[in-house]
Design a protein. Structure first.
Length: 249
């Protein structure tokens, strides 16, 4: 089996070394390599072709021990030369657009706690940033150490659209406001799971466009992640559910 294909070469052109820095568990997995009869899994998220035709690749390297697994570099030639006693193979069944955490769980690898904590907070951040603006008189502001959600006075709502309300002046326009240390804390404090569930129920006739594409402000994938994290959001009423992803995180 070839470990590098024309299709993968094109993917690596999109994701060179350093292109997914900071994404952590949300980094897209380009390819999974594995030992077919023993330990050894490489979940590759970035790569670059060298002048000699070899590839320098970056990803999560797991050699059978969760505590010793880590993000690191590996050369394509190193994987091609390994024989344990069979050669390393490329996983032909890894879902496309699978992120690193999802790929770990599918593979049976326990995500490291530092990566899982950051990944979970990123999901809550993404949902909070999409959901809060759904209320026209609310605004979400954040800096390095605090997250502010403010209820803006009716006479100042126009300033939200013009981006005139900032961390420095929001108190001037806010009817009330709250401060949070994490997006998960914000989500739970405002019981957003109930709000999302109500929105889904109220808008169930318009959740898909004429082509069957999901149109709600929060993606179906993010809602499913929240369900996995223990948030109660019922989507069982949906007749159209073309997305059958079921990652256990």
């Amino acid at each position: 089996m070839k470990l590098m294909t024309k299709e993968l070469e094109k993917e690596f052109e999109k994701y060179p070394i350093g292109s997914q820095d900071g994404l952590g568990g949300n980094a897209k997995v380009i390819v999974k390599y594995f030992n077919p009869i023993g330990t050894g899994t490489w979940l590759i998220t970035e790569g670059e072709k060298l002048e000699n035709g070899d590839y320098e690749m970056f990803g999560y390297c797991h050699l059978g021990d969760d505590d010793m697994a880590e993000l690191g570099y590996v050369m394509l030639s190193e994987l091609e030369e390994l024989q344990l006693p069979l050669k390393i193979e490329r996983d032909l069944y890894m879902p496309k657009d699978c992120n690193l955490i999802q790929a770990m769980k599918i593979t049976g690898i326990t995500p490291p706690s530092y990566m899982m904590k950051k990944y979970q907070e990123q999901i809550y951040e993404r949902v909070c940033k999409k959901y809060v603006p759904m209320s026209s008189n609310q605004i979400l502001l954040n800096d390095e150490d605090k997250i502010i959600i403010a209820l803006i006075k009716d006479e100042s709502i126009s300033k939200i659209k013009s981006n005139e309300i900032t961390l420095e002046n929001y108190k001037e326009y806010a009817e009330e406001f709250d401060s949070f240390s994490t997006y998960k804390e914000l989500f739970k404090s405002f019981e957003m799971n109930e709000g999302i569930e109500i929105d889904l129920e109220d808008n169930k006739e318009n959740l898909y466009d004429e082509n069957g594409k999901w149109t709600y402000g929060i993606s179906k994938e993010d809602i499913k992640e929240l369900q996995i994290f223990g948030e109660r959001i019922d989507m069982s009423f949906l007749e159209k559910n073309n997305d059958n992803i079921s990652y256990e995180i």
